[in-house]
Design a protein around this ligand. Sequence first.
Ligand code: TMP
Ligand code: MG
Length: 181
Amino acid sequence: MAGGRGALIVLEERTTEIGQLISAYLARERELEDHAVHLLFSANRWEHVTSMKEKLHQGITLVVDRYAFSGVAFTSAKENFCLDWCKQPDAGLPKPDLILFLQLSPEEAAARGNFGRERYENGPFQEKVQQSFCQLMKEKTLNWKTMDASKNIEDLHREIKTVAEEIMQEVKNKPLGELWK
Ligand code: TMP
Ligand code: MG
């Protein structure tokens, strides 16, 4: 999202009550109904919107982890959830100028540290999530870029920096949009 200076916003799970609930759900310490947990993830994003907008209006660039696309991809990978229903709670959030999809095969992802501990961290489910992301990436009103996440950190960092700097120049004087509206 546009601006001069940068700020990394990782929607941090433990800083709010909703975040704590989500965190306990992911750690399998508690159960939540599938629709309810989807709405909680979305609510967790909405509770950050005021401060995100403040920063954007100060000209700060935001790098946001755990945004709406994860929400839609993960819930729609469950049985009986369509993409459209999953998108609705996040419609109207600040629209990103660039969405980077760091692509890694589920096999390679599984080989990385700690995989398998959390809820959702199993091969078949991750395959479905990846298919949902492919659906989402077809939307031409959003600026998706796929990066090869199997590269080494330095090369990947360089590539991300290049595309990020380009888009920051491009959107410098453009108004903030609304996602899925
Ligand atoms: P993270 O790996 O980005 O920290 O996300 C934690 C887990 O929660 C991961 O398995 C993806 C899942 N998730 C959702 O199910 N819905 C969401 O809205 C987000 C942001 C993540
Ligand atoms: Mg994770």
